[in-house]
Design a protein around this ligand. Sequence first.
Ligand SMILES: Cc1cc2nc3c(=O)[nH]c(=O)nc-3n(C[C@H](O)[C@H](O)[C@H](O)COP(=O)(O)OP(=O)(O)OC[C@H]3O[C@@H](n4cnc5c(N)ncnc54)[C@H](O)[C@@H]3O)c2cc1C
Ligand code: SF4
Length: 564
Amino acid sequence: MSKTTQFDAIVIGSGITGGWAAKELTEKGLKVLMLERGALVEHQKGYVHEFTPPWQAPNDGLPERELYAREYEIQSKIERGAFSWANRHYWINDRENPYEQIKPFRWHRTNVLGGRSLTWGRQSYRWGNDDFLANARDGHGNDWPIRYADLAPWYTHVEKFIGVSGQPEGLEHFPDGHYLPPMEMTALERALKQRIEGKWQDRRVTIGRVANLTVPHNGRGQCQNRNICNRGCSFGAYFSTLSSTLPAAQKTGRLTVRTDSVVEAIDVDPKTRKASGVRVIDAKTGQRASFKARVIFLCASTYGSLQVLLQSRSALHPNGIGNHSDVLGRYLIDHHGVAAFGEIKGFEDRNYKGRRATGILVPRFRNVGGQDADADFTRGYGFQGGAMRDDWTNTAALTDDFGAGMKHSIARPGKWMAFLGAFGEQLPQAHNRVVLNEKKPGNYGLPQLSFDVAYGENERKMAVDAGKQAEQMLKAAGAERVQLVPSRALPGVSIHEMGGARMGHNPAESVLNGRNQVHGVPNLFVTDGSAMASSGTVNPSLTYMALTARAVDFAVAEFKAGRL
Ligand SMILES: Cc1cc2nc3c(=O)[nH]c(=O)nc-3n(C[C@H](O)[C@H](O)[C@H](O)COP(=O)(O)OP(=O)(O)OC[C@H]3O[C@@H](n4cnc5c(N)ncnc54)[C@H](O)[C@@H]3O)c2cc1C
Ligand code: SF4
């Protein structure tokens, strides 16, 4: 049975960007429907394993290999320990939701209210003007229709609400924001900072800027440094949709949330050429419904939004909404890299690594403001890393001893280790793309997404350089036995996926304009990573939030003026 209901605005997706769209739209007076494909998870109540101690973990906390291989083949491979027995229920079931990999490709996604705001690493950086100018300067990709100055007030707006702890550095290409007190560096990180900055004047080592509260903020509690954030946090001490934007939107009394609602397509009225509503499949019953609104914000994550746009075909948009020039689904970008590890001696009198919900960061220093004479690649990379001391949780697995010998060796603190992992910019290239494969039906009978993405020669050269520089910095800081390991070498692994519906000056080169409006469909806004025209060198979600808040401000003004 089909059902139609009218709202001022519909927000598709409830992750980092959907939460922001809902908060801003409702606070500005609009009646909003939020549609989320995944299941309901409630703040606090829904974090079922938040307080489960390791000794009560299912399967003794060991990976349930058969289950993971059968149901979570892709998600269970996620790096940085973000998938575990404690939060498996947040992640999508890969068997039920397949996709095609023309070349090896990881697609990491959740399937719950709150999206990946529940599981993200919370590293929150502004992009600098160089990032928005990059495409125009070297001709790879299209010119961004906005500059840093357009986004700066919106970064401020977002930071003040979410709470970001960090240290201002006064660097033009790595802009400072509004920060809560920074987290502390370890003894070795402080030494690393002194030694690297002492040797290279163009390099800075700073504490990671992270959306964890070092002091109580906006009614949310202070971080207790438990480092179990990806289970969910009842203190609301890190930014997520559930802890922050959703309660703000609900407080207005103007938000309706509908979970288990898979958006299949957006309809466009052939007379007005505006989006008229969305078609939804109920994830539990398979029943179809449609909802109408004057404004639509598509915030279903980069590939989720591309899927909806590609599926939204009509006489006006036969190849998907906004696909005027075969750009939709192309120019996919992410962060690639390499990592270096080394042991540093001389800190044996400083005990233990402690717990802390961030690491350190070395902002980009290669090809800043122009091409370095010794660089055989274009663009640049930054490093994120840390320096800490091993404890029994690592050494127990490494020791060859048994019995008393084992007890003795794990009771002693281990080595001090430092590591630096590069986040390299990927050039936007038309051949890196995603399409619908009509011959392969996925969940709900919808076509599977088919990814054809690979890193190219520039990324390879950049990774070689990043490896060399990381090794030199660690050695200059006193590291021995430095090892390089591939990291973020497989597309998708970074989980900073961007592009596919990029912003630009005109429909011949882009899907969205400088306000995140689909060219030719003025009441449809796409504000997640698919809007990005280049990848920069730092984590992107803060930029998505700023873009979303800015687009809502514009959309509501247009709505109130009767133009949407
Ligand atoms: C382990 C991990 C660590 C990360 N660390 C960082 C970090 O430190 N800093 C950083 O900036 N970024 C980080 N990221 C990336 C960050 O999580 C994403 O950039 C961010 O969540 C994107 O926000 P979004 O709203 O676009 O997508 P999401 O947060 O993924 O939300 C999209 C929502 O849309 C829903 N949806 C999808 N399709 C449909 C549909 N058809 N109908 C209805 N609903 C739909 C999904 O279920 C989901 O809830 C990390 C990600 C992971 C997984
Ligand atoms: S480390 Fe902080 S934000 Fe993360 S779960 Fe613990 S208290 Fe919450």
